[in-house]
Write a protein that binds this ligand. Sequence first.
Ligand code: ADP
Ligand code: MG
Ligand code: MG
Length: 216
Amino acid sequence: MALDADWAERWVRRTADAIADAKGELTELDRQIGDGDHGENLDRGFKAVVARLDDVAADPGAADERTVGDVLKLVATTLMSTVGGASGPLYGTAYLRAAKVSGRPRIDPPAVVAVLEAALEGVSSRGKATVGEKTMVDAWHAAVEAAEAAAGDGGSEVDVLRAAAEAADTAATATIPLVATKGRASYLGERSAGHEDPGARSTALVVGAALAAALA
Ligand code: ADP
Ligand code: MG
Ligand code: MG
């Protein structure tokens, strides 16, 4: 089973649902070490993404050979224009890079790894954070490493995404004791320790939605 553009659309719609459900939690996390807008920022962005997907679905002339990248590109451009703050450009660049490596109707396990890798590269090149700085990079990086290992073991698309989702979730939790050295949370210095990074948590939701979409 390869993952197609319909999977990508389910992924994005499930992400929007997960973000909407976790909006209060993400905002509360951001209240602890930032400015308390991460949940609102992402919820606004993903609601706009869903509205644009609905428009495309309603268009009878919509291309039937839609690629995974087409869906991810729509996410990128919408997030860039609707989400402010740090996370808008970071997620926007992640989806844009992911779109560039998935311009095909179907993707296999190595290509799923490439999508996650491209997203990580996008976030890293845009925000210049490395692992351990208590940002979303921590969750993306863990997802990529786990996905690579699962694909290397000959895992299916679901195996790869399950490994990635579990690793991203664990990595988000593991940001709690860290001191932030990038982004708004770094203004708190040592006082940023003891709180989970909101962007790492939202990344775990994004990767978890990719798995849920593959299982659906
Ligand atoms: P803002 O901080 O501008 O209000 P958000 O609250 O939407 O933006 O997003 C904050 C999240 O963005 C942080 O939790 C962190 O994960 C992520 N972030 C901030 N700066 C960086 C960076 N330089 N590199 C990677 N991620 C970052
Ligand atoms: Mg914020
Ligand atoms: Mg803000």
